[in-house]
Design a binder for this molecule. Structure first.
Ligand code: FES
Length: 572
């Protein structure tokens, strides 16, 4: 064990005179005895509890479990709130506020007398936001995820968030009634927790475990399972040890840890949103990682977790099969086994004996569910800086496809015209959506898996090639090209596409191309006029002025890197 460092919190609580008096006296009004502030590690519990974030509505109880662990280990817990982001309620899109929350987290940690911090994360955006903010401070930190909800039930079968897209199309094509949809709505979310499939929230929970930022099994224990509270309690014990051993985020998050996370994400069929969040986290901790790395480190990894939307099962099933440890055990031949994790043990030590209880849910490298997995990075004259597609959620017959563009200038234009019987579209067309990027929407909403035209749904068409500079819900699926960079609002080639342009998607060749001569592209670009809403004040204006493009992680340019934990000015 490393020698105990002097506690950061002692800069507050070990002071004499007026300053120490002020720091201590107001804490004591909460009934805290003096000895708790004398040399014990002070552990912040960064809580994203909110009734407006239904996926995190059980976090007060989870925080109590963390506190018990902190106290048991000889630390003292102090819980604090940060802005919470509920994917379903926040308008216009939770992604607009990910970077704002990361600022809240960073400044809250640095400004307060904390020696370590437990990050209570759930839903999609609070995980990357909290990890990004914590990375920019870099004190000992551990993640406790909220866990997925129990699998939904509807008319005798299991359902999860991915079914919403199916229900929507069945309703539009007349195969489902409004009454049946109401029944499904009542059966979808049966318990505490986040979406029950391998959507973005589950992907983020897997990401933090693969990076080494949580205890093993963090990813898949269901929210209502008592084991989730046990994990929170044990994490409370662990963070006190991390402070005593001075194990900071930068001791865990090296380049190899990020490569491990990319490989695990491929094996589980994780969300495309993983790309943007991982790049942003790497940017904060100072690890050099780019979009191409996602493709490179995904490319040899098959799909070994059989989870919706790429497969059949739900997060609850993954836990019963052995959880993420079963996946990481199967992947060990590829993983960087020497990577350090929050508990001071390596990936090899944590996962080498992890059992697999159900080969229908977690398979092996030798017998994967799909040889195709991961996230493929496309390049071409539509996306000079890249775009992404998730092949395991796409249709094999569309992976190589050329078709005529049907172009929508923005999501409102799409909504107005998609079901117009006169729309010149067939199943070979390529649907193109502009102005759904970080600047153009703004905030890069999850609209990329555009619903198909009603007249084609009625014909039984189930998938078409769709292209946009937006994102897609991790629960979504289809042959959907996302994150086109540069986005239309930044003057990317996407902005000049017109109806009838011939577009080729070649996933194997990693290419996305419009059949136009360069002179024509340049000619159209010269005539381009800005065609997106510009904020004139406040955070949204700051965001539009400073957000980076998707291929860089869509962080604000001035937030990259970190400022450490030192407070350089002291007004007391
Ligand atoms: Fe929170 Fe799906 S809405 S995880």
């Amino acid at each position: 064990m490393m020698e105990q460092q002097s506690l950061r919190s002692s800069q507050w609580f070990a002071r004499d005179g007026k300053d120490g008096f002020i720091y201590r006296a107001w804490l004591k009004k909460q009934g805290i005895p003096a000895h708790e502030l004398e040399g014990k590690p002070i552990i912040g519990i960064c809580n994203t509890w909110s009734e407006l974030t239904p996926c995190n509505s059980h976090f007060r109880e989870l925080a109590e479990s963390v506190k018990r662990g902190v106290l048991e280990a000889g630390g003292y817990p102090l819980e604090f709130p940060v802005m919470s982001l509920g994917e379903t309620l926040i308008k216009p899109t939770a992604m607009l506020y990910r970077n704002l929350v990361s600022m809240d987290v960073e400044e809250s940690i640095r400004a307060n007398p904390l020696d370590g911090v437990v990050l209570l994360c759930g839903c999609d955006k609070t995980t990357p936001a909290l990890v990004m903010g914590a990375c920019s401070v870099n004190i000992p930190s551990i993640v406790v995820s909220g866990g997925a909800m129990l699998t939904g039930r509807h008319m005798g079968r299991s359902i999860g968030t991915s079914d919403i897209w199916r229900f929507s199309e069945e309703l539009r094509s007349g195969k489902m009634t409004s009454e049946e949809l109401a029944l499904a709505e009542a059966g979808m979310c049966r318990s505490d927790g986040h979406c029950a499939v391998m959507g973005t929230a589950s992907t983020m929970a897997c990401m933090v475990e693969a990076l080494g930022l949580s205890l093993p099994q963090n990813a898949a224990i269901p929210a209502p399972d008592a084991a989730r509270k046990v994990l929170a309690h044990l994490s409370g014990i662990e963070i006190v040890k991390m402070v005593r051993e001075n194990r900071c985020l930068s001791d865990i998050l090296n380049r190899a840890a990020f490569e491990n996370a990319i490989m695990v994400n491929a094996a589980i069929g994780g969300s495309t949103n993983f790309v943007i969040h991982l790049l942003a986290i790497a940017g904060r901790i100072g690890v050099k990682l780019d979009l191409q790395d996602i493709d490179t480190w995904s490319s040899n990894i098959p799909l070994i977790a059989n989870l919706q939307p790429s497969g059949l099962y739900f997060m609850e099933d993954l836990y019963y099969a052995g959880g993420l440890p079963a996946v990481m055990n199967a992947l060990l031949p590829h993983l960087h086994k020497e990577c350090m994790t929050v508990n001071g043990k390596t990936i090899a030590t944590n996962y080498q004996y992890a059992p697999n209880y159900n080969k229908e849910v977690v398979s092996s490298l030798e017998t994967p569910f799909n040889a195709v997995s991961g996230i493929v990075v496309l390049k071409g004259n539509i996306c000079e800086q890249g775009a992404v597609i998730k092949p395991s959620a796409a249709s094999p017959e569309l992976m190589q496809h050329t078709g005529k563009a049907v172009v929508f200038e923005d999501i409102d234009d799409y909504k107005r015209r998609i079901d117009d019987p006169a729309l010149d579209v067939d199943e070979t067309s390529v649907l193109v959506l502009k102005n759904a990027g970080p600047i153009g929407y703004p905030g890069m909403p999850e609209v990329g898996n555009l619903g198909l035209p009603a007249k084609l749904l009625a014909k039984g068409v189930k998938d078409m090639v769709r292209i946009s500079d937006g994102r897609m819900s991790g629960t979504g699926f289809g042959t959907v090209v996302l994150h086109v960079s540069p986005e239309a609002a930044a003057g990317g080639t996407l902005a000049i596409l017109q109806d009838g342009d011939m577009i080729t998607l070649d996933v194997q060749g990693k290419r996305l191309h419009v059949d136009l001569p360069m002179e024509e592209i340049n000619h159209r670009k010269e005539k381009l006029l800005p065609n997106y809403p510009k904020a004139i004040r406040g955070y949204v204006q700051l965001y539009q002025l400073h957000v980076e493009q998707a291929h860089l992680g869509a962080d604000l340019d001035f937030l990259k890197g970190g400022s450490g934990s030192e407070v350089t000015r002291d007004s007391h």
